[in-house]
Design a protein around this ligand. Structure first.
Ligand SMILES: Nc1ncnc2c1ncn2[C@@H]1O[C@H](COP(=O)(O)OP(=O)(O)O)[C@@H](O)[C@H]1O
Ligand SMILES: [Mg+2]
Length: 291
């Protein structure tokens, strides 16, 4: 190899190293109080919206046993996260390519087993997840409704949490319960609210303000609003057709509002966002799991 060629390769390698080391792979965890509020549809279409904006997103389905995201995508993943752990597969083996450059990892039906993993298995899981540092801009976890021990750890360790609710009184009350429980464990969490299935933006703002006000009044916590999604029959239609509405009905109101949320998300950082990326996430979650 010629000297200048070797030098160029070295420079290229250095450049690549700095690029991958500097890129923060943000970890976002999506939750809701009540089930059926549209959390998976939001997570999926939000992830796709970010992908369309050039973000590399890895979407991880942690809704135990529900396999929601693969059904919404009409996909049938060959492997899942727990299989990676048990069979010592790599993270790349269990990642499936979805539309628009989105990557999906299915949690399988046994994410709750994470609590029973041996220390070696836990370390293996986290070492594989840490490989996503520099590869992805964003790791998005879709978790089950409510707060299981596992999902709570995921929320507490994430850089930020997105909480989805609808205007239904029960969904709002349950959303507030989630805020309260998480806030009692860490007062500095960044929680942003999305109100789904609103009649119009005024309706969305009224719902969001009510939750914001009780959160401020009773917990002294500032709740940020990320946006609203209208009640839209194209969402229902897309679920039936197993193709995300952002792709299937790009001109629908729901798609338009998701794009607004994506735009806000990319331009406005959450106030308490941890911003320590996948490395910080793994440090925090390891600590919580082994506690
Ligand atoms: N914006 C919306 N407009 C109309 N229907 C919606 C909307 N969001 C969700 N839905 C309906 O709610 C159902 C549940 O959504 P899903 O994302 O699976 O909820 P979750 O993950 O919270 O359980 C969908 O199958 C769809 O029929
Ligand atoms: Mg779901």
């Amino acid at each position: 190899m010629k000297k200048d060629q070797a030098q160029r390769l070295r420079e290229l390698y250095q450049h690549f190293k700095t690029v991958t080391e500097e890129k923060t792979t943000k970890v976002v965890s999506v939750t809701s109080g009540k089930g059926g509020v549209g959390k998976s549809n939001f997570a999926l279409n939000f992830a796709l919206g970010l992908s369309e904006e050039g973000q590399k997103v890895v979407l991880i389905d942690l809704d135990i046993g529900m396999a929601n995201l693969e059904i919404l995508l009409g996909m049938n993943p060959k492997h899942h996260l727990m299989e990676m752990v048990y069979e010592r597969k790599t993270i790349w083996d269990v990642m499936e390519k979805g539309p628009a450059g989105l990557e999906l990892i299915s949690g399988g039906s046994s994410f709750n087993e994470i609590l029973d993993l041996s220390d070696q298995d836990t370390d293996y899981l986290f070492s594989e997840l840490s490989k996503l540092q520099g590869y992805a801009d964003l790791i998005l976890f879709d978790t089950g409704a409510g707060l299981s021990k596992e999902s709570q750890r995921c929320h507490l360790a994430a850089d930020e949490i997105i909480l989805v609710t609808t205007p239904e009184p029960t969904a709002m009350t349950d959303a507030y319960s989630v805020i309260k429980i998480l806030h009692h464990q860490d007062v500095n969490l960044s929680i942003r609210l999305v109100v789904n299935r609103v009649a119009n933006s005024k309706d969305g703002a009224a719902v969001a303000n009510r939750i914001r006000m009780v959160t401020e009044k009773f917990l002294g916590k500032e709740l940020e609003i990320l946006g609203f999604i209208p009640n839209d029959s194209f969402v229902v239609q897309s679920v039936l057709e197993q193709t995300p509405f952002l792709l299937n009905y790009p001109k629908s109101q729901a798609a338009k509002w998701i794009r607004d949320i994506v735009s806000i998300y990319l331009h406005v950082d959450g106030k308490n966002e941890k911003n320590t990326g996948i490395k910080g996430f793994i440090q925090r979650i390891s600590h919580l799991v082994k506690k």
